[in-house]
Design a protein. Sequence first.
Length: 371
Amino acid sequence: MPASNSGQLLRVQLDAAKAFYGIVLTTVLLFWLNQDSISLYCQQKYHQSCELPVLGQSPAWRLGGNLTQALGAARDSFVGSLEQSRTAVAQVDSVALPAPMPVVPVNLEAPHGAPPVVAPKPIAAKVAAPAMAATPTKPAAAVSPNPLPSATVVSLAAGDEVFLVGDSLMQGVAPHLSNSLRKRYQIKSVNLSRQSTGLAYPGFFNWPQTVARTLENSPNIRLMVIFLGPNDPWDMPQGKGKPFLRFKSPEWETAYRQRIDAILDQAREHQVQVIWVGPPNMQKPRLSSAMAYLSGLYQEQVGLYQQHYLSANPVLGYQDDAFSYTLQNSQGKRVKTRVDDGIHFTITGQKLIAEQILSLIAFPGLTVTGH
């Protein structure tokens, strides 16, 4: 083989080796920095600990995860300081400056030795009233002077907002509920529903923490609607290096009830009404049985806080353990309410649940502007 061809082949092999080395190094670096996110995803996907037996406990390996956490905390702190600065500037701008004192002419023709006579002059321009600073405390929920209709359990007034919490079940219902609130009653919504979330894996997404932060930053929220469950009937992690809590065990149930209570505590602290929607029966019997178990926990804890529980089963025409993909409507026709996965809803099913939630809300003093 000519020497030139041999040299070219060697260079090609060296370039390929460098590229391969770069890919391996980049992959290891990404795993090193994102080890916590990968572990949490693995836990939620397979419902068991996914830590590497030896490498996961190595200080050098853990340094990558700690570095990512520190960078995330610094980012959150920086974003928080920017939001505080923007809020402070907005508050300063909202306060009207006092109107300048009007210049009043002096009568120069007063007799000699007499004090000058001030001629009063009316001010033609209107002085704007100083803007009222926003109060940091929440107003009490508006209550109708007359008893609410028997079907309603909560009340909203002008300027109130609704907070929508939940997983993909809520993601389907939320747009219909938000549109009806906005178009009919000019009530705004804060929709933070997010798929694959629940209360069992706070490391992946922490709903109690999100609720606390949202209620603190949104003083106009007067009602919180919660709809979740299908992502929770699994063994639950306790923390790094600890065994998972077995689903339905006394320890699991205690931890889960505490997370329900953490949300309801925030609602009570901020004087927010709650409608907690229990998940309906599912097509698979095992999952359906788990939803019935979780619904019992939701209903019990909500009752202890004197809030309001709504089961989705009657809305979809289910009795006991029954499941159906369809529902007979008022015209006697069967309409499909569940999609083929036996978990989520069709648009018809979403609208039915949204309307049922809406029927529990009274709007005293508000005029309906559309349907």
